[in-house]
Ligand binder design. Sequence first.
Ligand code: G
Ligand code: G
Ligand code: MN
Ligand code: NA
Length: 254
Amino acid sequence: LVLETQLREGLERGEFELYFQPQVDPVQGRLMSAEALLRWRHPTRGLLTPEHFIAVAERHPLMVPLSQWVLRQAALQAQAWHHSGVAAVPIAVNLSRMQFRLDGFADAVREVLAQINVPGPWLQLELTERMLMDDVPAACETLRALRALGLTIAVDDFGTGHTALAHLTQLPLDKLKIDQSFVAGLPHENGAVAITRAIVQMAQGLGLRVGAEGVRRREQWNLLQDWGCHELQGEMVAPPLSVADFEAWARQRQ
Ligand code: G
Ligand code: G
Ligand code: MN
Ligand code: NA
């Protein structure tokens, strides 16, 4: 496939980069973490978002080196921002399914952290429900190893997958991120209101942090704040930003 060849060449030529989207606390707007979002600066097609290439890559062995590049790059950025003081917060990395299922994934993470001299708590890992439910005992074991390194674990797009709720009490998790489709229905759609509010309460009851993504309107921010959501992400805060733009955004906030 042409795209596969281009992906490989793109990786070799350094055409991939990370954008960052802030996650803030709703009360003070303080930066709590930054989500790393992969971009491909394609030589002819311009800046591509993952929907243009991840679906193909996910089925291809090339996804592993690409995902490892993302992890390493995120660790390098965490190192740089902690030392410059621009953003001394965890960086959240979206894991690919193939990457999470690799034998020795937690060991590979430990090696990256050691090489770059980054403490575990500087990274958060985002997994989808599907990745957790593929093989619950295996996921539990890998997550325990990762948390032993100090990393925190977030469930991405929460509410859209097929997590058996019973597993939420067994899996070693730190945070649920409410899917943006629910947030989009706030404040007027009754179903979205009920579900979003229930997820916030459930997370609180389970002692997990809870974040919302896709926050675009003041009414959404206010509702999520009233319900006790810990972190907000979305255009209302900032869109995904290049490193330079993120640094400018963070400096302006201080
Ligand atoms: O940044 P954007 O809205 O285009 O992201 C679209 C989708 O791509 C999201 O579901 C996001 O989780 C996913 N994504 C973004 N960056 C990465 C990455 O580095 N690795 C993986 N596996 N998925 C990513
Ligand atoms: O699946 P995941 O949560 O990783 O996807 C994150 C993606 O959601 C990012 O690529 C980002 O571009 C997108 N996103 C974040 N906030 C908003 C928002 O307020 N509106 C829209 N349309 N997309 C958003
Ligand atoms: Mn995510
Ligand atoms: Na999401």
